[in-house]
Design a protein around this ligand. Structure first.
Ligand code: ARG
Length: 461
């Protein structure tokens, strides 16, 4: 039978009330840290032995028992007890149960305050790598889709109104750029996550002769936290990670929203694979993009986590406060939500097909070539502001006559500007416009192909 005596029982006469135990426990969610907790304890006992605080036999016994406990947890045979509050005390109690007094030495020169900070840093580090990998997988799908539709021209939108013609591949690659920045942000955040708080103990350090640099090295940290109060009292590394996740979720929600619009009857730009849609319990004809809608919605939940963390830490006096136990609720939920979103979006992108005929028809509407016409006049020497006004008037006439710009004759054009000649037709119409774009960031086919090749090479596995 595992000891369920509280480690602080020495100072207490009364039992903890069950209500308090139930309210203050965290093992129901922080059990997820068992791997990091054991990894940290193995490194810690190795260091304690190297510093003469444990014998090598004691160290070996501890490590052997910790590995057995890990196996037991992973094979679902470990019983976590809420009476033991959190993952740290559950594992320590199991260790003591196995090896007695030697197990009682593990907590030498350590507090749960630096232990939990360590576990969270190790956990975030792993998740950052995993989310970067998932984001990269999504980028690959987008790049492959862009390659598949490299020639397709869509109406580009501003204010959700037709603006200028753009290659669909350019639109898709815009998301690839956003996700690249998300990866960069995560990698940058990692440099602040990747520090070891061990040695800080409760808040002040220890009087025992320890070697924090050694544990940091064993655990693959870049360096150690340089102030023990900060090391135990800080959770800005969680907030930073959560901020990265929030921006990433925001990007996912934009793509989701756009494609929800694009698969409406009104747009008719794309088809989501049927296996990824759901029907209606009453309307037999419906094929709803629920998965995309939930991708759009999950972002709210992720923001919720970020706000929780900010609020949790606001005005919290130094150093460790029990409030900080709640950080896990937010960080775990945000991470699993974003991971699941990325996995699902990957599959949706892979299965999407664009309705090129509908898109082509849409490109005929909304004078997508009007700006190109203004730029034509600029090339003929007219100042841009004047060119803008001339084309505005031409558009007004075309609207009245229900014509496209390319449907106007040279004589009709001449009534607005003598600078317009028959060479204007080389520029009008979306295909012509696209051909004339210039600049490395533009939607010029050459620029887009170049960027596509760049991404292809960069994201090669
Ligand atoms: N379970 C706590 C947490 O997640 C760690 C324990 C520190 N508790 C304490 N009373 N010093 O933050």
């Amino acid at each position: 039978m595992k000891q369920e005596k509280k480690p602080w029982a020495g100072r207490f006469e009364k039992e903890t009330q069950p209500l308090v135990e139930a309210f203050t426990e965290s093992v129901s969610f922080d059990w997820r840290l068992y791997k990091q907790d054991i990894q940290g304890s193995i490194a810690h006992s190795t260091m304690l032995a190297a510093c003469g605080l444990l014998s090598s036999e004691e160290r070996d016994d501890i490590i052997r028992a910790l590995k057995e406990i890990q196996k037991e947890i992973e094979s679902n045979h470990f019983k976590f007890s809420k009476k033991l509050e959190d993952v740290h005390m559950n594992i320590e109690a199991a260790l003591i149960e196995r090896i007695g007094e030697t197990g009682e030495k593990l907590h030498t020169a350590r507090s749960r305050n630096d232990q939990v900070a360590l576990d969270m840093r190790l956990w975030c580090r792993e998740e950052i790598h995993s989310i970067i990998g998932l984001t990269e997988g999504l980028q690959r799908e987008l790049v492959s889709k862009a390659g598949q539709y490299i020639e397709t021209i869509i109406p580009g939108f501003t204010h959700l109104q037709h603006a200028q013609p753009v290659l669909l591949s350019h639109y898709l690659l815009a998301y690839v750029e956003m996700f690249e920045r998300d990866k960069e942000r995560l990698a940058d955040c990692l440099s602040r996550v990747n520090k070891s708080p061990l040695g800080a103990c409760a808040l002040a350090g220890t009087t025992l002769p320890i070697d924090p640099a050694m544990t940091a090295k064993i655990l693959g940290f870049q360096s150690i936290c340089t102030n023990s109060v900060d090391a135990t009292g800080d959770r800005d590394f969680c907030i930073e990670f959560a901020s990265c996740l929030s921006i990433l979720a925001m990007h996912v929600s934009r793509l989701a929203e756009e494609w929800i619009l694009w698969c409406t009857e009104e747009f008719g730009f794309l088809d989501i694979d049927e296996s990824l849609c759901t029907g209606s319990s009453i309307m037999p004809q419906k094929k709803n993009p629920d998965a995309l809608e939930l991708l759009r919605a999950k972002c709210a939940r992720v923001y919720g986590g970020l706000v929780s963390l900010f609020t949790l830490m606001k005005a919290l006096p130094l150093s460790y406060n029990r409030d900080m136990q709640e950080d896990k609720v937010a960080v775990f939920d945000m991470t699993s939500t974003v991971s699941a979103s990325l996995k699902l979006l990957c599959v949706i992108v892979r299965g999407v097909s664009f309705k090129v005929d509908n898109i082509k028809m849409a490109c005929e509407k909304g004078f997508l070539d009007a700006t190109a016409l203004a730029e034509y006049l600029v090339q003929k020497g007219l100042p841009f502001r004047q060119a803008h006004e001339v084309v505005g008037k031409i558009v007004k006439k075309a609207l009245k006559d229900k014509k496209k710009l390319a449907g106007l004759s040279v004589d009709e054009f001449k009534k607005f500007s003598s600078l317009i000649d028959s060479d204007v037709y080389d520029l009008l119409g979306v295909e012509n416009c696209i051909k004339h774009y210039k600049g490395p960031s533009s939607t010029a086919p050459r620029a887009v192909r170049k960027r596509l090749t760049f991404w292809d090479n960069k994201l090669k596995t």
